[in-house]
Ligand binder design. Structure first.
Ligand SMILES: [Ca+2]
Length: 319
């Protein structure tokens, strides 16, 4: 009598990343992602960063916006987002409350107590020995000197990440294992004034060495497709493509229904009953609802829409 197709695919459970090939400023990109998806892309860890990079078409060479912006407050974070720890062992008067500082273990001699260790804050570009964490080997003190970001890249490439230090014992263990001549050893702690637009507190950062360099107006993070997907702080009003997170917002589908009957006396009670039966299967669907309404001229519409977006985007007519 009235072929009617109501089709709806519910949003996937897993996080999705979508590359949007439109040139937008960072704020415009954020607006777009929140309207059409969930938010701009954020990365909880290296694995999600890989998924974001995989969403970019091969060979695309321009920077791509991600959902990270410079905020107002400075926070000390661990490089390894899976090993957050509240422990710290700052030396007297430390750390310096400045961005772009990283933490290192240093030693000092106390009469009668011998060599002690504590942490200091130092500009991340300085060159020092460093300690990695390796999932199978534990702490690995590396007998090479690098700036903090290069040390982070080394640890992520050869081990798991720069080491998170969770106790006096670990701090002492690292200091005791220092290479000869090492005056300070980078650990995986860095000061950071960046935050994700989706509110996740993820400490995962993947800066290119030397970035962020805090250029004037460079308060937005872009993924550098020409440098293994590492990031840089970029001028926010520059126009780049971008990555959104979340499935595309579901569309409202309006289907026009015409009921024909061989019977003469097709009452409104009968049509109501038919249409109620038609929408009944969606009564307990988690992500959508279907309903019908009678128009002023007596025509009847079936309406289907998702629960988060009431903007009609697609209309179909059938009978
Ligand atoms: Ca920069």
């Amino acid at each position: 009598m009235f072929p009617l197709v109501l089709h709806y695919s519910s949003p996937a459970e897993a996080r999705e990343f979508h590359f949007v090939r439109e040139q937008r400023s960072w704020s415009e990109a954020l607006h777009y992602c929140r309207l059409k998806h969930t938010d701009m892309a954020s990365a909880a860890d290296a694995s999600e960063m890989g998924q974001i990079a995989a969403a970019i078409p091969p060979g695309y060479a321009e920077p791509v916006w991600i959902g990270l912006q410079r905020g107002r407050s400075l926070v000390w974070r661990w490089s390894d987002p899976t090993r957050e720890t509240g422990y710290s062992k700052w030396g007297d008067g430390l750390p310096n409350a400045q961005p772009k500082m990283c933490a290192a273990i240093y030693g000092f001699d106390i009469f009668m107590f011998g060599i002690m260790n504590a942490w200091l804050s130092d500009p991340c570009g300085h060159i020092k020995h460093f300690v990695c964490f390796d999932q199978s080997r534990g702490l690995v003190v590396v007998d090479e000197k690098k700036d903090w970001t290069s040390a982070q890249t080394y640890c992520r490439t050869h081990h798991t990440d720069l080491a998170s230090v969770g106790s006096d014992a670990e701090s002492g263990q690292i200091w005791a294992a220092r290479p000869s001549g090492a005056a300070q050893i980078w650990i995986g702690l860095f000061s950071d004034d960046w935050s994700w637009t989706d509110g996740t507190g993820s400490s995962f950062r993947n800066w290119q060495s030397g970035q962020p360099d805090n250029g004037v107006g460079e308060g937005c993070a872009g993924l550098l497709t020409n440098d293994s997907g590492r990031w840089a702080d970029l001028f926010c009003t520059r126009q780049y493509s971008f990555i959104c997170a979340g499935a595309p917002r579901a569309k409202r589908l309006i289907v026009r229904v015409k009921i024909r009957s061989a019977q003469e006396n097709m009452t409104s009670e009968i049509t109501d009953h038919l249409l109620n039966q038609l929408v009944a299967p969606w009564a307990h669907a988690p992500d959508m609802k279907a309903s019908w309404q009678r128009c002023a001229n007596g025509e009847i519409f079936i309406r289907e829409e998702d629960r988060t977006d009431d903007r009609p985007e697609e209309r179909g007519t059938t009978e």
